[in-house]
Design a protein around this ligand. Sequence first.
Ligand code: ATP
Ligand code: MG
Ligand code: MG
Length: 548
Amino acid sequence: GGGGPVDFVRAKIRDDLAAGRFDRVQTRFPPEPNGYLHIGHAKAVALNHALAREFDGEFNLRFDDTNPETEETEYAAAIEADLAWLGCPPPGPAKYASDYFEQIYAWAEHLIERGVAYVDDQDHDTISAQRGGYGRPGIESPFRNRPVVENLDLFRRMRAGEFADGARVLRAKIDMQHENMQLRDPVLYRIRRATHLRTGNDWVIYPTYDWAHGQSDAIEGVTHSLCTLEFSDHRPLYDWFLDQLPLPRDRPEQTEFARLELTHTVTSKRKLRELVTDGQLDGWDDPRMPTLRGLRRRGYPPEAILAFVDHIGVARTNSVVEIELLESFVRTALNRAALRRMAVLRPLKLTITNWAEGDGVTVEAINNPEDLTAGTRRVPFGADLWIEADDFMLEPAPKYYRLAPGREVRLRAGYYVTATDVATDSAGAVTEVFCTYDPASAGGSTPDGRKVRSTIHWVSAATAIGGTVHLYDRLFTDPWPGADGRDPLESLNPASRETLTGVRLEPILAEVTPGEVVQFERLGYFAADLDDPTVFHRTVGLRDEWAN
Ligand code: ATP
Ligand code: MG
Ligand code: MG
């Protein structure tokens, strides 16, 4: 197996197979069900999913549910739904670290019996102060040399609920002077009376991430346990735990790869939660959120997300990818797939004074020039139209080629019109533009072949339907929110959403389905809201959105 481009992860797996270190490949995606998946997670899911496919291996979803206070069934269900949406569903039912609590507990007793784990009666702050730091010695706990029988007895009583929360922990006995802090007698179990999303009140002690993770990998038969770079210094601990255990199968190996970070974006679940709970955003699925739910509501096609994460690849050093690159993948996918429609966001009345063709006229418009199988549609046309307010200037600026007094432009898929007059309000603002049209210009050209410099979009007033559009700007003004150690939320853009009600839409837009993305000609790609398809979210602009 292994047909993909050769990055360091794929090269390692090939070596492992060639050297006989493994004869099969199994990967997993191990989210904690304490929030929603974001674009960074998409990279991890896609990588694990793709590796299993490329190497004819297996892939599974495992919830890392070891923190009962923060984890909820609702998050687990949302994560499963998001994986299906992304196109990376696990082939089998989701697994849970909590399914292995009994085995992991038995292995902890095994460590105690081997004399490499002990019960510590000190509190959390004392233990962490004693851990020391890089270049600072660690201090051994006074409970470090407890006899095995006493440790076993206390640990069983911890499980039985005899002690208060936080009163005791189980620690591995490794090396309090190790230069890697992870190996300075890490905590394996803490006492927490919290109802767990799956095991309810069965347990009052819970394993730590480090103690549960590699053991869960081993139980499942994972061969390649991929995680992000911040876990590099946990790898010796991952291996140390596995070294202590009588394992039935090949041992899994941890390999770290670079996180996906995007400019103008925050991917810390904690920070994203703050945005939601502070009410700054509408929820986890706000279209400005970098969550998969947000991107979905925004109109990002899952295949564009997958193509993007595949393109950036996996590397061993962290880097920040420009969000414009992700947007270019979205634009490419939508350019191929999205139907073209006309919508006027800031309507200005345009009246054709010499219109002689009556009511009920329609013109033919192409649905997608990138996909002629999408066909054409008839768009109502008439004397009373809406155009975009900024497609007309009373006193045109230099290089402004759109409509102006005395100037002729093409109405997309319609006729040529020439502005002859305007109506203004008491403040002098233009409220209506009067035009004449050339009946010979139907279809976008005239027999004399004369040129117009500009084509503008429009909607017929008689048949227009109303709608609402949300335009989005960067959620964070700073390209690197939180750089220099500041709170990333300091650079939250107060103008990240502009809502336009009173938008005029061509009548066929009554037929969009929730979540469908269309191109509003000259304005960008817009996703019909999942709950209310008269509301549209601008997914992304066109490359040359204000070109003439
Ligand atoms: P956070 O730190 O924001 O809470 P997390 O990393 O703890 O996120 P998990 O649910 O534990 O979230 O992540 C599941 C998997 O996704 C892990 O293997 C993790 O390494 C990976 N992952 C998380 N964020 C990113 C990212 N930005 N880029 C690539 N992989 C990521
Ligand atoms: Mg985590
Ligand atoms: Mg994390």
